[in-house]
Design a protein around this ligand. Structure first.
Ligand code: MTE
Ligand code: MO
Length: 367
């Protein structure tokens, strides 16, 4: 079968190289910010994440999702600009040629996989539950590895295409080269503006496709409701259990309210990319640890009343338990914490992913 000849101006090295460079920037940003998020959630021994600046994770995770969203139109435009090449015959000319084509296949498939799973994740709130982060993380290494190989192989073409100032062909069907590039930048920009309101306060009113930044009680979205987590309001004999090397202490809600209270404005920054700042009041971890016979700077294992699920426990590293604005929050935006936001008490720590801000805390173990 003879394929029709492509003559669109979009199919030029110059166009492909420009879009390729933009993709290299968005993908690298996405990879590095994703890596940071992964390391915070599964810290190896050598890794430490500071508790300040308080809003840093909000920025890195916002960038993760925004750079991923911008990559979608860029990837589509890049595939279109090389479209005829994908069907070039003969399929394989030589061993290096076979390797190059193979790497492009791996690159396109892994990039496509990362972007669709990421997008579905933010749109549907963890449809794959447990497996999503592991697979998304593993394939990210394949994507970034094949991108590095691809860029290395294409350096000569990149050089040629970006230094030589070839004139725009006089005529041709469809968009001109410049027009195709402009359309691509515009599509990427529109995608970002349409969604970034989920995390950028200034764009909140502008983004029609933002997710989870409006619904929820007390001015803050709810990730998982109390009903969804199987939580019922606690009875008056409820006690927060605090275990330290000097023993176990129970705190009633009144006793927690009687301890020194700290108020701080801190964001919930969900790994899905939405974030929202709020004013939280409660007992700071340094105060709580001292009251329970422990010391600020001890690592604390947090256990929720939630019986199952991957968010039922989290670990607060020493950097966080020594920080005066790491709170066991009792109040949100001036009101008693709503049951959906973690009543009677929840963790709110600065510079920390939303998944680790454990709600409905039952027990704290300091060591
Ligand atoms: N026990 C428990 N804590 C939890 C969760 C959960 O499902 N169960 N969800 C986490 C996630 S993913 C986020 S983003 C924040 C959201 O807090 P919010 O629902 O108060 O906005 O709570 C975190 N704490
Ligand atoms: Mo989250």
């Amino acid at each position: 079968m003879k394929l029709p000849k492509f003559t669109s101006a979009a199919h030029s090295e110059r166009v492909t190289s420009r879009i390729g460079l933009a993709l290299a920037v968005t993908f690298t940003t996405c990879f590095l910010t994703g890596l940071i998020s992964h390391l915070i959630q599964h810290p190896p021994g050598w890794f430490g994440w500071p508790s300040r600046p308080a809003g840093l994770y909000r920025v890195t995770q916002g960038l993760h999702v925004i750079s991923g969203i911008a990559s979608i139109p860029l990837l589509l435009a890049k595939l279109w600009s090389v479209f005829p090449k994908l069907f070039e015959r003969p399929l394989i000319k030589s061993l290096p040629h076979a390797l190059e084509r193979g790497s492009i296949l791996v690159l396109s498939a892994s990039a496509f996989f990362e972007l669709t799973t990421g997008l579905l994740n933010i749109a549907q709130n963890y449809p794959w539950n447990f497996y999503f982060p592991q697979i998304h993380y593993a394939i990210a290494w394949i994507a970034i590895g094949s991108i590095l190989v691809h860029v290395a192989v294409k350096i000569p073409i990149l050089r040629r295409a970006l230094t030589k100032d070839e004139p725009e062909p006089a005529t041709g069907p469809g968009l001109s080269r410049r027009g195709f590039l402009r359309t691509t930048w515009l599509a990427a920009g529109v995608s970002v503006v349409a969604t970034a309101g989920a995390t950028v306060p200034l764009l909140r009113g502008v983004s029609p496709l933002k997710w989870r930044s409006d619904e929820g009680s007390q001015g803050v979205p709810v990730n998982r409701t109390a009903a969804g987590a199987g939580i019922t309001p606690v009875t008056p004999d409820w006690r927060l259990q605090v275990v330290t090397p000097s023993g176990t202490r129970g705190f009633s809600l009144d006793e927690l309210r009687a301890l020194p209270q700290t108020t701080a404005e801190l964001p919930i920054a969900c790994v899905e990319g939405w974030s929202r700042s709020a004013v939280w009041t409660g007992v700071s971890f340094p105060d709580l640890l001292r009251a329970a016979g422990g010391k600020p700077g001890m690592q604390v294992v947090v256990t929720s009343m939630e019986k199952s699920g991957i968010y039922a426990t989290s670990v607060l590293p020493g950097e966080h338990t020594a920080d005066d604005i790491t709170l066991l929050a009792l109040r949100l935006n001036g009101e008693v914490l709503d049951l959906d936001h973690g009543y009677p008490c929840r963790v709110i720590a600065p510079n920390r992913p939303g998944v680790l801000q454990t709600k409905w805390v039952a027990k704290l173990e300091a060591a």
